[in-house]
Write a protein that binds this ligand. Structure first.
Ligand SMILES: *[C@@H]1O[C@H](CO)[C@@H](O)[C@H](O)[C@H]1NC(C)=O
Ligand SMILES: *[C@@H]1O[C@H](CO)[C@@H](O)[C@H](O)[C@H]1NC(C)=O
Ligand SMILES: *[C@@H]1O[C@H](CO)[C@@H](O)[C@H](O)[C@H]1NC(C)=O
Ligand SMILES: *[C@@H]1O[C@H](CO)[C@@H](O)[C@H](O)[C@H]1NC(C)=O
Ligand SMILES: *[C@@H]1O[C@H](CO)[C@@H](O)[C@H](O)[C@H]1NC(C)=O
Ligand SMILES: *[C@@H]1O[C@H](CO)[C@@H](O)[C@H](O)[C@H]1NC(C)=O
Ligand SMILES: *[C@@H]1O[C@H](CO)[C@@H](O)[C@H](O)[C@H]1NC(C)=O
Ligand SMILES: *[C@@H]1O[C@H](CO)[C@@H](O)[C@H](O)[C@H]1NC(C)=O
Length: 374
């Protein structure tokens, strides 16, 4: 593979074209990319900085183009990916088609309109990072032998960016969207002279988007992550392809209540309600019968000044839920019919005396056996 860079100048204008070309062994072009920048100045130079950023720099020091603003499949340390709020493909990472084919594949990664990072397979979600809460704004990943890679979501004038820094300031780590659609963090191994993978998502099989169906969730606290149904639900079919359904229908206005599910990756497809306290958020959900769940977080560490509250409510299905194994989940408040609460405590009230009498009977039997032996 060959990369070529053309800097074409005329006396009055500098026309800069950057080409990246891939040739096969016979010399025919497999793939090319081109950017044209036109400026009045002369004497532009292309400089590859130590950070890995390729810049086109004018003699007075102004960079008129930089590769960090045109991400491909990689985020290098100190580079930032805009988590745009529209489908602006220029700020998406796009995976390679194959290990040796850098042409674009069907997998892309970017932010959606609501604090989430997604990997898409064409237009279908393939993997999703939970909606930002106070904890997910900042994450640290320790490689096996090397320094720590920190992932941060930063707020610059209301726009959110995903960025990485490396504890020793080097460019020895990077994040890529692999050609398989997986998000991978890599660290340079100076012994084997290759990149080691030290983190990847989706991890377990049920970590893929919505793989446990509506109202199902992936329990990643188990030794082998498995699909389960949320409390009050039972599976529709033999597997989880159709998800789960309520054991008992919600009858609106009959005093439904909410149970707290701990350590959850919040589901997708929520409504974001601005400027609410926790109690107001709970009220927002409980007063509307179509609301199945809510979650609340404080985003003050994201540098949001106007509205730090993050009230999410779900109207209808809950998809792509997970019980996290890493302790980084949050509380999800799930609506259940009030009678199922009574049934649970009721069952316990019956079970306890029965168990107690069984124990007494066992004791009497043991005493009797001993007596008859002795
Ligand atoms: C750049 O310029 C060349 C010729 O001047 C043109 O063929 C090409 O389409 C331009 N590329 C872009 C991305 O504008
Ligand atoms: C550098 O030169 C360019 C083109 O002449 C100009 O637009 C830019 O403002 C200059 N930058 C500085 C820092 O002088
Ligand atoms: C994408 O976003 C960038 C930066 O916000 C902007 O310059 C560019 O015009 C946008 N492209 C499209 C196709 O909307
Ligand atoms: C991606 O989507 C295509 C259909 O567009 C499908 O055939 C393929 O299996 C999907 N890949 C994965 C890994 O799910
Ligand atoms: C990233 O930025 C920090 C602070 O500006 C600097 O110390 C570090 O060397 C940079 N890292 C790379 C890989 O450029
Ligand atoms: C937030 O809600 C409070 C009342 O609950 C109101 O006084 C305030 O103006 C609201 N702020 C914004 C930015 O909407
Ligand atoms: C409940 O929420 C749904 C979906 O947002 C909405 O269409 C409906 O009007 C709401 N009902 C009440 C009573 O607020
Ligand atoms: C969020 O947390 C900060 C710091 O703990 C606190 O000052 C702020 O009032 C909280 N905001 C909300 C909306 O709860």
């Amino acid at each position: 593979m060959v990369a070529s860079l053309l800097l074409a100048s005329s006396p009055r204008k500098t026309q800069v074209q950057t080409h990246m070309l891939a040739y096969d062994s016979k010399g025919s072009t497999l793939w090319t990319t081109m950017n044209n920048i036109t400026t009045e100045a002369t004497g532009a130079a292309a400089i590859l900085l130590d950070s890995g950023n390729l810049v086109i720099r004018l003699p007075n020091g102004t960079d008129i183009w930089q590769s960090f603003h045109h991400p491909t499949d990689t985020i290098l340390p100190n580079m930032s990916l805009q988590l745009s709020n529209n489908n602006n493909l220029s700020t998406h990472l796009v995976a390679w088609r194959a290990p040796d084919d850098p042409s674009t594949s069907d997998y892309s990664l970017g932010g959606d309109s609501s604090f989430q990072i997604l990997v898409w397979n064409r237009t279908m979600p393939y993997w999703r990072r939970a909606a930002l809460d106070g904890v997910l704004v900042f994450a640290m990943y320790q490689s096996k032998s090397g320094p720590i890679m920190s992932q941060t979501i930063v707020n610059r004038g209301g726009e959110f960016y995903l960025t990485y820094t490396v504890s020793d300031g080097s460019a020895s780590m990077r994040m890529i969207l692999h050609y398989t659609g997986m998000v991978k963090l890599l660290a340079w191994n100076s012994n084997s002279l290759s990149w080691d993978v030290f983190f990847e998502r989706p991890g377990s099989s049920c970590d893929r988007y919505a793989s446990c169906g509506p109202f199902g969730y992936c329990d990643a606290t188990e030794a082998v992550a498995t699909c389960k149904c949320l409390d009050g639900f039972e599976s529709v079919g033999l597997d989880f392809s159709l998800g789960c359904q309520r054991k008992k229908e919600i009858r609106c206005g009959q005093g439904d209540s909410f149970i707290t599910l701990l350590n959850m990756k919040t589901p997708d497809k929520f409504l974001y309600i601005r400027n609410r306290s926790f109690d107001q958020c709970a009220e927002e959900c409980s007063r509307n019968c179509s609301c199945t769940a809510y979650a609340y977080a404080n985003l003050s560490n994201l540098g949001v000044t106007v509205d730090q509250s993050r009230c999410l409510v779900w109207m209808g299905e809950l998809v792509d839920t997970e019980k996290r194994g890493d302790g980084l989940g949050e509380n999800l408040y799930l609506r259940i019919p009030s009678s199922s609460v009574n049934k649970k405590t009721g069952a316990l009230k019956i079970a306890l005396p029965v168990m107690a009498s069984l124990l007494i009977i066992m004791c009497i039997c043991l005493v009797w056996i001993r007596k008859s032996r002795g």
